[in-house]
Design a protein around this ligand. Structure first.
Ligand code: BES
Ligand code: ZN
Ligand code: ZN
Length: 510
């Protein structure tokens, strides 16, 4: 889909369809059209409001086909909800609803009036970014494995973004560019997640990441089983034991700042399929466990986004990649593994595998870099889905300053994350009977906090660290979030991690 910013007089030469966004305000209705002098269009909307066909609530749409208002053939009105609560997320959602509705109506191009809205957000740049992200993410389809592509799935083609004020155009366009790069990286991550698990093995995922890195001059390294053994990543290898697919440990390094600047290290869970292992999962919806590599997808996507944007940050992305399978060679409940940092772990449930592979990756981060911060991301616990559903992801941190930056950045990015507790009691739950640690917390509840408390024990030297549990938000979230697909990967975490890397780098130098 093309996004093109335009300014000046509105004309018919661009497209026959006009899009106006409206606030939920009785009688007063649309603001954008008032200034542009499109009285007929305004009247149509006013009539719809008077006849109670339009309230302009969030995500509400009314499409006037062949109405010839203001010489435009078609008019789409998209509701924004209450004017007082407008922010970048409002624009992201309206933008997604706009392209989805137009695609459904088989419209290929439209002019979207934006003048009144850019002033209501933080800056013209922030508005441009939000509009681009919403449109591109909302237009996403994954039909790679359908032999016949549906016509209505081909999506919408060109959206002209109209500002009447020429002066704001440059900043707005810079925002559109940022939003486009962020959305493209998110889409890369969605595609990795949606690809069926037979075609997204650790080896294939590593190759896909390598190819993308080559195009962007990101340093890439992929360690195989021999090298992982040499590093003594015993917990990671234990999880891989039951699989016929070789594990991979991938390392991406993007250097956009001077070498002296310590990197932000991102760590993503990359279980390309989680059967649960010997503690096998129930059959229903087990195919959703293709998404258990979403954390690795997020750290790869965030690194690509930063490189595309030429951000002045140093970022390292680490991802342990493996399947979790049952077999005669697989780990059994009770087996003890020795992690890279020497701590022993008894594996009482082979389905709690994510924390095992992350533990070794966190040790690798601490030992090989002097990270300014470590941010790990994982579809880690079903308990997080119980607590927060598919609206908010959970996060945990050992550092107050980092927590504050996460809360502020998440608000601006529009990715919802809620802080959950990290506390000693949960760490006590994770003590082992026959080894230093156990990989489960003994049915005491608080499964997400117990998992986080387990991971915290692998962070060395009080490095600021945060853990993001995306089990509930990595897939099937579209019913709640308009710019995500109803079914399939959301690309959760890509934009947030990229923004966090920028925020944490600029803050530490100021
Ligand atoms: N990959 C799952 C977590 C998950 C659950 C992700 C639901 C997405 C949706 C993880 O490996 C797992 O199975 N965790 C167990 C841990 C338990 C055995 C302590 C869980 O949450 O049930
Ligand atoms: Zn599992
Ligand atoms: Zn898992």
């Amino acid at each position: 889909m093309q996004l093109q910013s335009i300014s000046g007089e509105l004309s018919l030469s661009k497209s026959k369809t006009l899009v106006a966004w409206a606030f939920q305000q009785d009688k007063k209705a649309v603001v954008a059209l008032k200034k542009s002098g499109h009285e007929e269009a305004l009247q149509l909307i006013q009539d719809a409001i008077d006849q109670k066909r339009l309230k302009a609530g969030s995500k509400e749409t009314v499409f006037f086909r062949a109405c010839k208002a203001s010489a435009f053939e078609n008019l789409l009105v998209v509701g924004l909800g209450d004017e007082k609560s407008i922010n970048e997320e409002t624009l992201r959602i309206a933008s997604a609803v706009t392209v989805k509705t137009l695609a459904r109506e088989k419209i290929e191009s439209a002019v979207l009036l934006l003048e009144s809205f850019r002033k209501l957000t933080k800056s013209a740049e922030a508005a441009g970014r939000a509009v681009a992200e919403g449109a591109l993410l909302g237009n996403y389809k994954f039909d790679e494995f359908k032999s016949k592509k549906k016509e209505e799935d081909q999506g919408f083609k060109t959206l002209f973004l109209h500002l009447s004020d020429k002066g704001a155009l440059q900043k707005f366009e810079a925002g559109v560019n940022t939003g486009t790069q962020m959305a493209e990286a998110t889409i890369f991550t969605r595609n990795l997640g949606n690809t069926p698990p037979n075609l997204m093995t650790p080896t294939i995922l590593s190759e896909r990441a390598e190819k993308a890195c080559k195009e962007l001059k990101i340093k890439f390294k992929s360690l195989g089983k021999k090298e992982i053994k040499a590093l003594k990543m015993g917990c990671f290898l234990a999880v891989n034991q039951g699989s016929d697919e070789e594990p991979r440990f991938i390392v991406l390094e993007y250097s956009g700042a001077p070498k002296t600047k310590p990197p932000i290290v991102l760590v993503g869970k990359g279980v390309t399929f989680d059967t649960g292992g010997i503690s096998i999962k129930p059959a229903a919806n087990m195919d959703d466990m293709r998404f258990d590599m979403s954390g690795s997808g997020a750290v790869i996507g965030a690194t690509l986004a930063l490189a595309k944007l030429k951000a002045k940050v140093n970022v390292v992305a680490l991802a342990p990649l493996t399947e979790n399978m049952p077999s005669g060679k697989a780990i059994k409940p009770g087996d003890v593994a020795t992690s890279m940092n020497g701590k022993t772990v008894e594996i009482l449930n082979t389905d709690a595998e994510g924390r095992l592979i992350l533990a070794d990756a966190i040790t690798y981060a601490c030992r090989n870099y002097k990270p300014a911060a470590i941010l790990d991301i994982a579809t880690l616990t079903g308990a997080c889905v119980v607590a927060l559903g598919n609206v908010y992801g959970g996060f945990f941190s050992n550092n107050e300053k980092l927590t504050k930056t996460i809360v502020e950045t998440a608000q601006q990015t529009g990715e919802k994350f809620w802080q959950l507790p990290l506390s000693e009691e949960y760490a006590d739950d994770m003590k082992g009977t026959y080894a230093d640690l156990s990989n489960i917390g003994g049915g005491k509840g608080g499964g997400s906090s117990q998992a986080a408390a387990f991971l915290a024990q692998f962070v060395e030297n009080d490095i600021p660290w945060a853990h993001f549990d995306i089990a509930g938000v990595a897939y099937h979230t579209g019913g709640r979030i308009a710019y995500n697909p109803d079914k399939g990967a959301s690309g959760s975490g890509v934009r947030l991690l990229a923004d966090l890397a920028i925020q944490l780098t600029t803050k530490s130098s100021s």
